[in-house]
Design a protein around this ligand. Sequence first.
Ligand SMILES: NC(=O)c1ccc[n+]([C@@H]2O[C@H](COP(=O)([O-])OP(=O)(O)OC[C@H]3O[C@@H](n4cnc5c(N)ncnc54)[C@H](OP(=O)(O)O)[C@@H]3O)[C@@H](O)[C@H]2O)c1
Length: 271
Amino acid sequence: MSKTDSNAANDKSATSNTNNTSDTSLSGGTRTGRAAIVTGGTRGLGAAITLALRDAGHNVAAVYHSNDAAAAAFEDRHRVPVFKWDVGDFAACAEGIARVERRIGPVDILVNNAGITRDGALHKMTPEQWWEVIQTNLGSMFNMTRGVIEGMRTRGHGRIVNISSINGRKGQAGQTNYAAAKAGILGFTKALALENARKGITVNAVAPGYCDTEMVAAVAPDVLQAIVAGIPVGRLGTPDEVARTVAFLADDRAGFITGATIDVNGGQYLS
Ligand SMILES: NC(=O)c1ccc[n+]([C@@H]2O[C@H](COP(=O)([O-])OP(=O)(O)OC[C@H]3O[C@@H](n4cnc5c(N)ncnc54)[C@H](OP(=O)(O)O)[C@@H]3O)[C@@H](O)[C@H]2O)c1
């Protein structure tokens, strides 16, 4: 990519709030000075979360894995620094977090959003399909959180938001790997919330339903039609609706909410 996290000329983008005119979110708010990391923050729900946190006044770094073109376009358009590493790799996370902290300061807000699907019925699933999803979607919770939690505890403040899924709540045929990882995130969230409740750190999960992203666009049209028919509000969610929920939980004033899971699914879990 033409612009990378190592490009010091872009450092100003971490604190700049000069929005591209095509941004639809709020702008010009008071800077909080808090540093935030959003994994998978350059596309889909993560991109919306990155922008919502930036517009809430935080200094945000967006992490991605392999889509250099999308990351470069995101950085160019929104002036948010992007960083490339694999959240499934513990050493890469430690090294990446150190790079982010040199650039924007100690991380006070972590959004563990990066996730993948490798769908298939269990009787046909390969070990690679299983472990890739577990490592990326659940292993990343440990890898990323381990790298920031001690600093948060020392400073007495932290906000961690983990992105689960409706399919971790209710199960989904063809997604034993994904549902296991997303359900595991909920246990991780509650245990970590208890460990850090006296340290000014909140740990919460957001469980989106089906939203209008590339991940969902990959679903077969007939399957998607059936999914939408089962959503009481009658439509897919928007990335912005998930992002605003995350920004709410990341706010300094959300300190009494911890260990919670917030469903953002148009009522689908009820139907
Ligand atoms: N979309 C939905 O309707 C929906 C519903 C429920 C839950 N979710 C959850 O919401 C999260 C975001 O979903 P999405 O639909 O926005 O996904 P997406 O559009 O496919 O974007 C995924 C993002 O995660 C990054 N990523 C993937 N693997 C990574 C890795 N190993 N290391 C670092 N970054 C990695 C990708 O980087 P690259 O750009 O480099 O590939 C990309 O930025 C996921 O956890 C997903 O399970 C989504």
